[in-house]
Design a binder for this molecule. Structure first.
Ligand code: SAH
Length: 224
């Protein structure tokens, strides 16, 4: 538990250091409590457990990563999650971000492109009792139309542009947090909101480096 508390301190330290860009010097208690409840060591590969609570991304196989804890917390904080909400995640990976969200909202719908990762994550989330997380294998750029609209959408891989289906599936008043940009460098995390009238607003939060979105139609670039 000590390592997990240290991780929470490192997250708030980085929030302070990036406050000029993000406009948030402290992440909300509610989000930080959720971060403190998730055993990150359960989500990293067996050999990586000594580093599970470092504030760093780690490899999870298939060329993918579990995101840096600060970035997970920051993205979650910008989603402003509320207990009655339904949220879509694109890029389940190992399921860590979905687990954090499952403590904060009513239902989490998470889409993973790679079956090997998505099936493992679904099994892990089941084992940890996160019964309000629904995992589907598919191309998350199409969203999850049957479960839409969503109060929040979080994309955890870099997109060249905001996928139109995700904007459609965002509820009025909804918030979309997404890394936008080509390749690994030059991405910025963006907050995209849909107001009550259906108009879209977008603003930059922070420069980031996510693995790129992948998919068969080539719109998401290639795996690197
Ligand atoms: N959310 C994860 C981080 C995942 S890394 C966490 O909590 O740690 C990004 C993930 O997005 C990878 O697992 C990758 O396979 C997945 N991904 C990439 N392109 C995708 C797409 N088009 N649809 C759904 N998932 C995708």
């Amino acid at each position: 538990m000590e390592a997990r508390e240290r991780m929470l301190e490192l997250i708030q330290d980085e929030a302070r250091l990036t406050a000029d860009e993000t406009g948030r010097s402290r992440l909300s208690d509610r989000v930080m409590t959720a971060m403190g409840e998730i055993p990150r060591e359960e989500f990293v590969p067996a050999g990586m457990t000594p580093w599970a609570y470092d504030n760093e991304p780690l490899p999870i196989g298939a060329g993918q990563t579990i995101s840096q804890p600060f970035i997970v917390a920051l993205m979650t904080d910008f989603l402003d999650p509320a207990p009655d909400q339904r949220v879509l995640e694109v890029g389940t990976g190992c399921g860590y971000q979905a687990a954090v969200l499952s403590h904060l909202v009513a239902e989490v719908y998470s889409v993973e492109y790679l079956a090997e990762l998505g099936n493992d994550a679904a099994e892990r989330l089941r084992r940890l009792g996160r019964s309000n997380v629904h995992v589907r294998i598919g191309d998350g750029r199409r969203g999850w139309p049957e479960a839409a609209p969503f109060d929040g959408i979080i994309v955890t891989a870099g997109a060249p542009a905001v996928p139109p289906a995700l904007l459609e599936q965002l509820a009025p008043g909804g918030r979309l947090v997404i890394p936008v940009g080509e390749g690994l460098w030059g991405q910025e995390l963006r907050l995209v909101t849909k107001d009550a009238g259906g108009h879209i607003h977008s603003r930059a939060i922070l420069p980031v480096a996510f693995v790129p979105l992948i998919g068969a139609d080539g719109a998401g670039g290639q795996k690197s």
